[in-house]
Design a protein around this ligand. Structure first.
Ligand SMILES: [Fe+2]
Length: 164
């Protein structure tokens, strides 16, 4: 087995575990979110994430491997931080920040996997990875929009209240 193939499968196993951790974390984030828009974003990303796990399984199949999960310590840490924020009732701005850290981790991983798959001539796998990468990027952008619109409005209103 070429070294890149090994590196690819190792990273794939990491991401397979990371996505599963995210499917467990998203309902908690949804429950903690205050704004309807943010709740909706978490719910729709939850559904997407389930499909993403399915796509990773397909990629394993294309490489004639059984799906394998390798504990993703980075995702565990990111989710632990999100859990702390939920406990502290840190608010939507903090939740969005935590969620975007998760998205950026995924974007980095999918980006690498995608370019390695292309290098190895595994275009079918690359296409699947690209589909997910596009979803992660769209989620990230949506979170930015929510942060810029809803949150700012809420914060401004709160400040106004305090001034009164
Ligand atoms: Fe994902």
């Amino acid at each position: 087995m070429s070294e890149l193939r090994e590196t690819f499968l190792d990273e794939l196993a990491d991401l397979y575990d990371a996505e599963q951790q995210i499917t467990k974390a998203l309902p908690k984030m949804e429950a903690a979110a205050e704004s309807e828009e943010l709740k909706e974003a978490f719910t729709s990303h939850m559904e997407e994430t389930e499909n993403q796990v399915g796509r990773l399984k397909q990629v394993f199949e294309l490489f004639e491997k059984e799906p394998k999960a390798k504990k993703c310590k980075a995702m565990k840490g990111l989710i632990e931080e999100a859990d702390e924020l939920i406990k502290e009732e840190a608010g939507d701005a903090a939740l969005i920040c935590a969620a975007q850290k998760v998205e950026h981790y995924e974007i980095a991983s999918y980006g690498s996997l995608l370019s390695w798959a292309r290098l190895m001539g595994e275009d079918e796998a690359a296409d699947l990875l690209e589909e997910t990468l596009d979803e992660e990027r769209a989620t990230d952008e949506r979170l930015t929009e929510i942060a810029e619109s809803t949150i700012n409005v809420e914060e401004a209103e709160e400040e106004e209240e305090e001034e009164k």
